[in-house]
Write a protein that binds this ligand. Structure first.
Ligand SMILES: [Zn+2]
Length: 264
């Protein structure tokens, strides 16, 4: 588990499994958690970190989106209340590629909201707002005092993941995050990033659209299958593991649903 500290009260923990992030925000003897890791081993380490290192009590959990790669720790902390968007159930029940063990991570949120919510937590103000994109129920948490925004998975690696969404929804979500003008981005995976993570994802979307339209006009669907992730990346971005995996799933979604070259 890798730990990055932001100021004196925010800890961003990055787990071994899928590099999922879990963010802790302390306030006196209490702590709040945003997202809860992909792996059971990581979740157990998180529990130890809170109890043995921080020596604080977990009082509140916020979940950016109800996918199992961010929920491993939730059952460990029952009955700590979880806050999520009111459409959390849509996200959990549409998740693909999930085994039986991951289904048992489901804990019903105690509090749901539709548009926005503010939590005053010690020296920080947490502005939670609805920002659908990667999933229909994704929320973001803007923390102005820390110049930081936690956003979920609208951006993965240097790209976006279209499987559960549409290009326009993800573009709007990324632009919403960008408009907040924060220096630090905490996405669902890979620790703390700068604003370039958003820029890279927007460039990928744009280049992907152009590549799909061009490929389709030249050689139809078979030509779309040949689009390489490298030709859609921002010039400054280097291919990372997530890029290859999710780009190939994007091409499948594009072909299955006619994204970019049919209705959208
Ligand atoms: Zn994720």
């Amino acid at each position: 588990m890798k730990i990055t500290k932001i100021g004196s009260v925010i800890y961003v923990l990055t787990g071994e499994e899928m590099n999922s992030n879990a963010t802790l925000i302390t306030c006196e003897d209490r702590v709040m958690l945003v997202d809860g890791f992909a792996g059971s081993h990581d979740a157990a380490e998180l529990q130890n970190f809170i109890q043995l290192e921080l020596k604080k009590e977990l009082k509140l959990i916020v979940c950016t989106h109800y996918f199992s790669d961010h929920m491993a720790a939730f059952p460990l902390f029952r009955p700590v209340p979880i806050i999520a968007h009111q459409y959390y159930e849509h996200t959990f029940t549409t998740e693909a590629y999930r085994n039986q063990e991951k289904k048992t991570r489901f804990v019903t949120p105690a509090i749901t909201f539709s548009d926005e919510m503010t939590i005053h937590w010690g020296s920080n103000t947490l502005n939670l707002f609805y920002n659908p994109g990667h999933t229909l129920s994704t929320i973001a948490i803007d923390i102005p005092e820390a110049d930081t925004i936690i956003m979920g998975d609208h951006s993965v690696g240097n790209i976006v993941y279209l499987y559960y969404s549409t290009p326009l929804m993800i573009k709007r979500a990324l632009e919403n995050i960008k408009s907040r003008n924060r220096s630090r981005i905490i996405a669902g995976h890979d620790g703390v990033s700068g604003i370039e993570k958003i820029e890279n994802s927007l460039i990928y979307l744009d280049k992907l659209e152009r590549s799909v339209k061009e490929a389709y006009s030249i050689g139809g669907i078979n030509r779309i299958k040949e689009i390489k992730v490298e030709q859609c990346l921002a010039n400054t971005a280097k291919v990372v593991d997530f890029d290859e995996i999710f780009h190939s799933k994007n091409l499948k979604a594009i072909i299955d649903r006619g994204l970019f070259f049919e209705s959208l």
